[in-house]
Structures are given as C-alpha cells and as structure tokens.
Design a protein around this ligand. Structure first.
Ligand code: PLP
Length: 476
C-alpha cells in the first residue's frame, strides 16, 4: 500500500462526500448569487499567507472550500450567467474530468499513453463528422482557442517562409482578420513576433461580416507596398455580435492569393452541427485550419479547444523537435501529438468530450443548441417589442446585443444594477462607438423562465431610469 497518499477507505469516504456536494451544487446553483459579493483582495486576506507544515484534516479543507472558496466564485454554471460566452460543465463532463485526473495520463506521445492518444483521434473524428469536415483534417485538443489559433498562425507562417525555422522570422508578413475578430488573433501574432502593425483589420458590412472586396483590395495594396500576405482568419460567431464571416468567399481569396485560411469557430462552430446552419462552414472543407471550443458551447468543462488542421506537415515543420529521451519507434498509426504543437504535456481532455458526445448523443446536443438559439430569438423579439430598447446587431446564434435608448451611462447602470443583485451576470461591449448590453445564452441549465425573468428585471431597471429622467425633466 502507498505509504504517503490518502488511504483508499478515506478516499472513498471523501469521494462520496465530494460527489454528493457536486450533485447538490448542480441542482441548486441557480439559488446562489451569480456574482460573489466580494472586493479585490478579500479572499487573499481571508486565507493563510503560507502553506501548512503539518497535514490538515480533509474535513477542514472541504469545509473551507464550501465556506470560503465557493462564495468567492462567480458561478459559471449558473443558469442566469449571461456574460462573456456562457458555457457549461455538464454532469458527464464533470465525471470524466475526475476520471481523467485519476488515470493522470500525459498524451504527448503514443507510447506515453496509447489509449489517451487514440481516444483523442476517435473523438475528434466524430466531431469532425458532425461538422461536415473532410477526413484529411488532423485534429488535436488544446487548452484554449488562443493556443489553437497561435499554432495555426505559426503553421501558416512556416508554410509561407520555409527557411523561417532555421533563420528566424522575416519582417513584413501580413495577417488579415475582420475588425470584429477576437483579440486572440492579434495576441497570437504578437506572441509570434509578427507585430501588431502587420495584423491588418478588414472592414465589415452592415451585419458585421468581413467584406471580401476589402480583403482583396487590402492584399493588393499590401503586395504593391512590398509586404508579404500569408494568412487570413475568418470568424464563425464573432465575440462582439456573433456575426458569421463569408467563409467560402474568404476561402476563394485565400486560394487565389496563396494564403493560409484559419477559421475561428471557437464559439459558433457547434451551431454548424445543425443542418440548417451548415452554410456557416461552407468552404471550410478547403480551409487550412479551424478551431472550435467545446468548452464554450458544447457543454464541456473548461478547458477543451479542438484544433483541426488540413496540413499537419506544416505543424510539424513549425513545432517538431524531438530530444533523445522522447524518441520512440515510428509507426504509421502511432501519432505523437507533441510533434504538432508547442506544448509537450497534454491533459486527457478527450475523455470528457467522449463522455459528453456519448451521453447526450447528437440528437440531444442538437436539441440543446436549437433551444438556446430559439431563446435568443425570443429575447430579441421581446427587445424589439419594447420601444425603450433597440436591438444593436442581428441575432444569428445565441448572443443578443441590445441597448436601452438612452446614454451609455444609463445602459451601464442597468447592467450594474442587475449584476449587483446577484440575480444574473450580464456583459457589456462597445459597438459602433455606443455601449451595448451583451446577453449570451449557452448554459445547459438556462430555461425560458430564466430568460423571461432576467428580461423583466432589465425592463424594471429601465422603468427606474424612465421615471428618474421624468423627475429630472419636470424639475427643469
Ligand atoms: N475566438 C472567439 C470568437 C472567442 O469568442 C473567444 C473567447 O471568447 C476566443 C476565440 C478565445 O477563446 P479561449 O478563451 O479559448 O482562448
């Protein structure tokens, strides 16, 4: 028996206790405040400044978790968490996370854990089929879309400049994305030394979609100026408004101009599983790479970002470097994931995706996605019907952007009032120079009743602003 770790009987006892707690938490999280009533530094001040020298009882550790840590958390699994892109740690995903921690594999090499590596291949082949992508797409699971996209940009650059690996980066290599692309594109470029000035943002149309004509003309003028275009990133489901860039048109330009085309479908990708949304990924089958985040809208606990690449040889060119201690026998079917990315160590993230895809099946997942999209459209309808509000951008997926027809400050007051109440967590953004309320739907627990109740509270907050402004104008 292991002389140092927790004895099995104790593990079993606390294991049951933890599972009981999780079950009760998931059932009742909707009764907790979505945001904690906490000031910066409060938790740091409440916890000991240094770790214990002697063992502490598990009862105490669990009690502190429940009593000190949980109340200081924002409840991401709350049905009325509508900020950022709302997401879900679904029950099968949570169970799989526990099991992944138990077996504790590192899938860097096939030899390091064959089952881990092969399950990742199986599950990514399943997801690829759901998305209608062709079999030549190589898939790997990363921590975040930021990492996936950075790897795509690295592969794109080494394709355009094969000497880069030995010589180092060349200047004047240009990357394109729309003005509404996520900051991770620019951050990827920053991290790779491409330079912020070399990320050229392409203007959008009235529905916030990248304009292919502007992409084409910008590439032409960059070439005239002696620059080297090498990559374009289109987005399926932008962070600001969930707009869908015209993937097929961008793909055609990428082919004409010999650019790498990476698709950021981190948030919107799951929607393309639905037959009625297949058009969103039209052209993606010929693209070079694509990222989709199951940890956003596929009910998977953070972290799980799926990166598909049609040219794995470019990933190898960018990243493969094998020290002697990691050298293993070559076998056609044995994938060594460490050759296809920056990180060596890799968590067993495939397990939770496998659990989730099996537990819900395609039909249930489609039902949940459609439900969220329908809720977003219903909310959009309610906003449109209230003359005090306006919809700020078309609702394409499960994000609704709208504003109270008042000042930016008044819109911020509405959000602040609701967020302070603990009832919900709404986000904000600046769109076309105006502050807008950003309402994201994506948690498995969100019901129509939740959306209706939050909307009623938003209307109440607006009514308070209306009456405040009436008092002010009467006083004047
Ligand atoms: N791409 C889009 C469209 C996003 O909305 C986000 C985050 O919200 C990201 C990329 C970055 O995702 P991650 O946190 O996985 O890096």
């Amino acid at each position: 028996m292991n002389q140092f770790d927790m004895p099995p009987a104790e593990f079993q006892r606390y294991g049951y206790e933890v599972v009981d707690w999780i079950a009760s938490y998931l059932a009742n999280v909707g009764d907790l405040p979505v945001l904690p009533d906490i000031q910066p530094g409060d938790l740091i001040d409440a916890l000991p400044g240094s770790a214990p020298d002697d063992p502490e009882p598990m009862e105490q550790i669990l009690s502190d978790f429940r009593g000190r840590i949980v109340p200081a958390l924002s409840q991401w699994n709350h049905p009325r968490f509508h900020a950022f892109f709302a997401n879900t740690a679904s029950a099968p995903g949570i169970l799989a996370e526990a099991l992944a921690a138990a077996v504790n594999t590192n899938g860097m090499l096939w030899k390091a854990s064959p089952g881990h590596v092969e399950l990742e291949q199986v599950v990514l082949s399943w997801l690829r089929q759901w998305l209608g992508l062709p079999a030549e797409f190589f898939g790997e699971i990363m921590d975040t879309a930021s990492t996936s996209t950075m790897q795509a940009i690295a592969a794109a650059r080494v394709q355009a400049d094969p000497e880069l690996r030995a010589r180092g980066a060349r200047q004047g290599m240009i990357l394109y994305s729309s003005e509404h692309a996520h900051s991770s594109i620019e951050k990827g470029a920053l991290s790779l030394g491409i330079g912020q000035d070399n990320v050229h943002k392409i203007g959008v149309d009235a529905e916030y979609r990248m304009r292919p004509d502007l992409l084409k003309s910008t590439i032409a003028s960059d070439r005239e100026n002696g620059l080297t275009p090498f990559c374009v990133v289109s987005t399926v489901g932008t962070t600001s408004v969930s707009s869908i860039d015209p993937v097929a048109a961008v793909q055609r330009i990428a082919e004409e101009e010999c650019l790498w085309h990476h698709i950021d479908a981190a948030y919107g990708g799951p929607a393309a599983i639905l037959q009625e949304n297949r058009w969103m990924l039209e052209g993606a089958e010929r693209a070079d790479s694509l990222v989709i985040n199951p940890h956003k809208w596929l009910f998977t606990p953070v972290d799980c970002s799926v990166f598909y690449c049609r040219k794995p040889e470019m990933l190898r060119r960018a990243f493969s470097l094998v020290p002697e201690y990691l050298r293993t026998d070559q076998h056609e079917r044995a994938v060594n994931f460490m050759d296809y990315g920056f990180a060596l160590g890799r968590r067993f993230r495939a397990l939770k995706l496998w659990f989730i895809m099996r537990y819900f099946g395609r039909k249930k997942i489609e039902e949940m996605l459609r439900y969220h999209i329908a809720l977003a459209h219903e909310l959009t309808g309610a906003v449109t019907a209230d003359p005090r509000f306006e919809v700020a951008a078309p609702t394409t997926l499960s994000l609704v952007c709208f504003r109270y027809r008042g000042t930016d400050d008044e819109n911020k007051q509405i959000i602040e009032r609701l967020n302070k109440s603990g009832f919900t967590f709404l986000g904000g953004n600046v769109l076309d120079g105006r502050f807008v309320i950003r309402y994201a739907i994506g948690n498995i627990a969100t019901s129509r009743e939740d959306v209706v109740a939050v909307w009623e509270r938003i209307q109440e907050a607006a009514a308070l602003l209306d009456s405040a402004s009436r008092v002010t104008s009467t006083a004047l």
